[in-house]
Ligand binder design. Structure first.
Ligand SMILES: NC(=O)c1ccc[n+]([C@@H]2O[C@H](COP(=O)([O-])OP(=O)(O)OC[C@H]3O[C@@H](n4cnc5c(N)ncnc54)[C@H](O)[C@@H]3O)[C@@H](O)[C@H]2O)c1
Length: 277
């Protein structure tokens, strides 16, 4: 059901790779809620082609940008303002990549060049997107900027390796830039800490199936899906959340507040019984 929450708003949505992507679902919801927006992804992701299908569905223009390049980001804002006919009201940063995870490097044996790449792509790009927006005065008063995070920023998930550090930086940037942009232009900046979600970035993490199931069993509401996440993002882009800023908002079905769940206890008992047989 649509509520017209984003009627008349203009936005930029990054990171839609395929229909499993969180950003893909956000784009569909944003369209449903009346927004106009541009879609952006790294040039290499463009070549895979799926984003074109989303662009057709949403009547959105695609603007290629490597989120680590200030020049590309500048072009992204300038073109978006041109195409959409005015300044931007919302920005989704849905970008993450770790070469160390891709190559299965354990936390004690990281390649440091790749480590820097992980931080640059997954965290500094968020700072760059706001720095360029501020410089160009590209975002309207009371605009909203959202990035996606994961609870490994606060708690240890061994297979998440350097992405955990990148997410900690990302969340810190939301506070640092949230303060600055709030003071300057009443622009709000938040991160959403999302449940494990079956996407290309998510399932690339070693042991993903196990911690997906673990989180699902531990959460009274079960894991939040990409579509659930999109719904939450829309509320943050809307005028209903104007005083929410500098927050890391947990969107995890309750996972972060649970010590142990009955479902998890039952699993452990089952395991014990199997071992005794
Ligand atoms: N999937 C999960 O379990 C999960 C959980 C919590 C948070 N997140 C976060 O959600 C965000 C979106 O990931 P997703 O799960 O939808 O996976 P995804 O793989 O669909 O999206 C990641 C996107 O990042 C883009 N990207 C990578 N390098 C880039 C660059 N240099 N410039 C521009 N774009 C670049 C990719 O092309 C891709 O579209 C990420 O920040 C991820 O860490 C994911």
């Amino acid at each position: 059901m649509a509520y017209g929450l984003l009627k008349g708003k203009r936005g930029i949505i990054t990171g839609a790779l395929d229909e499993k992507s969180i950003a893909w679902q956000v784009a569909l919801k944003a369209k449903e809620e009346g927004a106009t927006f541009t879609l952006s992804n790294a040039p290499i992701a463009m070549r895979m082609g799926a984003i074109k299908q989303l662009a057709d569905q949403c009547e959105a223009e695609i603007i290629s940008a490597d989120a680590t390049s200030l020049e590309d980001i500048e072009n992204l804002y300038t073109k978006s303002i041109d195409v959409l006919g005015g300044k931007i009201d919302f920005v989704l940063h849905s970008i993450g990549m770790s070469p160390n995870i891709r190559k299965n490097r354990p936390y004690g044996d990281l390649n440091y060049e790749w480590y820097q790449k992980s931080i640059d792509v997954s965290a500094l790009s968020f700072h760059k997107m706001m720095h360029v927006a501020e410089k160009l005065d590209a975002i309207n008063e009371w605009g909203s900027v959202v990035a996606l995070s994961y609870i490994a920023a606060q708690r240890t998930f061994p297979f998440y390796t350097d992405m955990a550090d990148a997410k900690a930086v990302l969340e810190s940037i939301a506070r640092g830039y949230g303060y600055r942009y709030g003071k300057a232009k009443n622009v709000r900046v938040n991160t959403i800490s999302q449940s494990p979600t079956m996407t290309t970035a998510g399932s690339g993490v070693g042991g993903f199936d196990v911690f997906f199931q673990y989180a699902d069993l531990m959460s009274p509401l079960g894991n939040a899906t990409a579509e659930d996440c999109a719904n939450y993002v829309i509320t943050l882009f809307s005028d209903l959340t104007r005083k929410v800023t500098m927050q890391n908002l947990l969107h995890d079905g309750g996972f972060s507040s649970v010590g142990i769940s009955e479902d998890m206890a039952d699993k452990m008992i089952q395991l014990q019984q199997q071992q005794q047989q």
